[in-house]
Design a protein around this ligand. Structure first.
Ligand code: SF4
Length: 415
């Protein structure tokens, strides 16, 4: 077992805190991820990246991301993890050179050619092996070490027992998924989308065909009974919120949250929940109590039911959604705080979803515990009283006597 703790003033503390690595599909989400506590954010560029739909970071955007992150001591990782076809080869060197010049901390790669040239070019940035390569054992990690790789992002299929062995001897940094969607194939080895919608999952175009509804046949006979929902192969999302302490004790270097397509509210909620949990555990691991409040907080933004993925062993039917759709966060994101005027006890907000006078709001923040209030006085941008907020992104004002901060967010709750 790696030594991750030390006795300080008579109390054991974690001195080897894992990096909390968050996803971002655009600059707004990236900034919120960092403000809410991410140590590093991974983004996709316009080229050579999966999630082509979500990846709208130009080199200019990446430069802004690096500058913003550096103000918080955070890092930017850029995915360059497509499986290259012949017609993808052009321009890769120039692109890597540009990322290096911008000051990106790491690139995440899957194709051996990119691994090789990134090292041959003697760039300053780190090269991380993408989860697309399904690295599940120590020998494979040793191989990537021999290729000069700096970190391996493990496949989501690594169990806790295997992770223990890996962490005992891993010769490079190890990144492990703690939260996000699961594939029903090994990540990066799925052709369902290619066959069914001609969209290449390994070049960023997955159409999530596993989650479509299917009729089920056996020997040509339709198995669906009348009234049955159609069949789907969708897994529940994975969350290791109940096992963060065990993972910290193993010395895992980086905890990865998946979801570059997810909403701002989702990113803020998930990142801040894990941030608070990791910090609380590291401060006093022997007295830490996992009381369920962290899981409760996560569920306010969860889009799907959660499971432990492969953590214990192979998932059972309990980890599948089959035909059950469960995609409703328990609370609705309605506002982001832009300013708070302490003297007049008034918040300037950006509306995100419908709410009205009389609604109950829960404010959450990277810096303070959750706060609650009821909307009593709501004003439009001209400071005229209104009853409903029904225009997305509209600038509004609310009278509220709470110590709110810029970038706090509000959710509508039932009383
Ligand atoms: S179709 Fe499903 S299993 Fe295949 S890559 Fe897409 S999400 Fe993963």
């Amino acid at each position: 077992m790696r030594n991750v703790s030390q006795i300080i003033d008579g109390k054991r503390k974690i001195i080897k805190k894992p990096e909390l690595l968050a996803p971002a599909g655009n600059l707004e989400k990236l900034k919120i991820a960092i403000i809410y506590g991410a140590d590093a954010v991974f983004v996709g560029g316009k080229e050579f990246s999966l999630r082509s739909q979500a990846s709208n970071f130009t080199l200019e955007d990446i430069k802004e991301a690096v500058e913003f992150a550096s103000q918080y001591g955070a890092h930017i990782h850029v995915t360059c993890n497509i499986i290259l076809h012949q017609d993808n080869l052009e321009g890769i060197q120039d692109y890597l050179q540009a990322l290096d010049a911008i000051g990106v901390t790491a690139i995440i790669v899957a194709d051996p050619y990119i691994m090789k040239i990134a090292k041959d070019m003697q760039l300053s940035l780190e090269v991380h092996v993408s989860t697309q390569l399904s690295t599940l054992n120590l020998k494979a990690i040793e191989f990537y070490k021999s290729m000069g790789m700096d970190r391996v992002v493990l496949g989501r299929e690594v169990t806790y027992d295997d992770l223990k062995t890996i962490m005992e001897y891993a010769p490079v940094d190890v990144e492990y998924f703690i939260h996000g969607a699961m594939c029903i194939h090994y990540s990066g080895r799925c052709m369902l989308s290619n066959y069914l919608s001609r969209r290449d999952a390994n070049r960023g175009g997955c159409s999530q065909s596993c989650r479509w509804y299917y009729d089920l046949y056996q020997n040509g006979k339709l198995m669906n009974q009348e009234g049955d929902m159609p069949f789907s192969m969708s897994s529940k999302d994975m969350s290791l919120i109940d096992h963060i302490g065990e993972l910290i004790e193993l010395g895992v270097n980086s905890f990865k949250i998946e979801g570059r397509m997810k909403s701002l509210h989702y990113i803020a909620t998930v990142v801040s929940t894990y941030r608070k949990l990791i910090d609380a555990y590291c401060e006093n691991p022997d007295q830490f109590i996992q009381d369920g409040s962290y899981r409760q907080e996560l569920m306010k933004a969860a889009n799907r039911a959660l499971c432990h993925g492969f953590f214990y062993d192979h998932p059972s039917n309990e980890e599948q959604l089959f035909n059950l759709r469960d995609e409703h966060p328990t609370q609705e994101f309605v506002m982001r705080i832009l300013e708070y005027d302490k003297q007049n006890k008034q918040a300037k907000i950006e509306q995100r979803n419908y709410f009205k006078v009389g609604d109950h709001i829960e404010i959450f923040s990277p810096n303070h515990p959750n706060l609650f209030f009821t909307v009593q006085k709501l004003y439009n941008k001209d400071k005229e009283l209104i009853e409903v907020a029904n225009h997305p992104m509209e600038i509004l004002y609310i009278d509220v006597d709470l110590p709110l901060e810029v970038n706090d967010m509000g959710r509508k709750v039932s009383k």
